[in-house]
Design a protein around this ligand. Structure first.
Ligand code: ZN
Length: 296
């Protein structure tokens, strides 16, 4: 209780003396790893080569020390990976040509799990979903990375379910006709690149276009605008709607149409959010400080 009171008093002071808040204990920044493990059971786009690993050596060498090393091969579009803009647009950036400043950006999480539950696996993110999100959370900032949480990522460990093959039908390993998973609609992609100037778009499914897409219009819209995509994201359920930075660290493959990526979100701690709200009016700040003091 005494600690909460201290937070409250300090919070009120922060309104007029914002630098004082650094005296408060800062909880560690939260890192969220949005990347799945890569292995032979990882998801590869159905028509692509599977992941292959070869153990070159593992054990004690003659000189008496330990050594181990492996070789591996994987499709560019397998596991958690980044689609370069060149993937679906001639002349756009390939992986190693994307400026590093455009692989990092403020994150925005748009949650469409409810829509997917109600409307099914062929659902798409629409412009209406985005404007509704903005009404609640504010404008999507320029140069941001928009991450779409569909809830489908929880099925990643089950290939048949994750690719959305209907139960009871026989499909070949390279079947792309019977894919069913949610994606981003073409108009929503166009709105994000034209009206909000995003740098990247991520999703917890195998593709930014939905499974039943035949023309990959979202990929094409992104590619034409030199905007990348990240697919097969993990742990998107752990992200807040905003207040985090995304780092999409793709393998710097020369000539790559895409490549494996380690994707991280650095989530701002609650006290930083507290400082932001403390810059409002003294009445608002005091009410919010009181609320936060009892939440911490
Ligand atoms: Zn891809």
């Amino acid at each position: 209780m005494a600690l909460r009171l201290l937070f409250f008093i300090a919070g009120c002071w922060c309104w007029s003396l914002p630098h004082l808040y650094i005296l408060l204990p800062l909880p560690p920044t939260t890192l969220v790893d949005l990347t799945h493990d890569m292995s032979a059971s990882s998801i590869t786009w159905p028509s692509n080569q599977p992941f292959v690993v070869t153990q070159e050596f593992r054990g004690l060498v003659e000189a008496g020390y330990w050594y181990e090393g492996r070789s591996f091969a994987q499709a560019e579009h397998s596991g958690t990976h980044l689609d370069a803009p060149a993937h679906f647009h001639q002349g756009s950036w390939r992986v190693s040509e994307i400026p590093i400043t455009r692989l990092v950006g403020p994150g925005v999480l748009v949650d469409i799990t409810k829509k997917v539950e109600e409307s099914g696996l062929d659902s798409e993110l629409t412009v209406n979903d985005l404007t509704t999100w903005e009404e609640e959370h504010g404008a999507i900032p320029r140069d941001s990375v928009v991450i779409v949480h569909t809830g489908h990522g929880r099925l990643y460990g089950n290939r048949t379910a994750y690719l959305g093959y209907p139960p009871g039908i026989q499909v070949t390993d390279d079947d792309t006709e019977n894919l069913h998973f949610p994606g981003v609609g073409e108009k929503a992609a166009r709105w994000l690149v034209e009206e909000r100037a995003i740098v990247g778009l991520g999703i917890d499914t195998p593709s930014t276009d939905r499974g039943q897409s035949r023309e990959f219009l979202t990929h094409r819209v992104l590619g034409a605008a030199n905007v990348w995509g990240v697919e097969n994201l993990a742990r998107t359920a752990s992200l807040p709607p905003r207040g985090f930075q995304v780092f999409a660290m793709v393998h710097r493959l020369q000539g790559g149409s895409g490549g494996p990526a380690r994707v991280l979100a650095v989530v701002e701690d609650r006290l930083r959010a507290y400082r932001v709200v403390s810059s409002g009016s003294i009445l608002t700040s005091s009410i919010l400080a009181l609320l936060l003091a009892f939440l911490i």
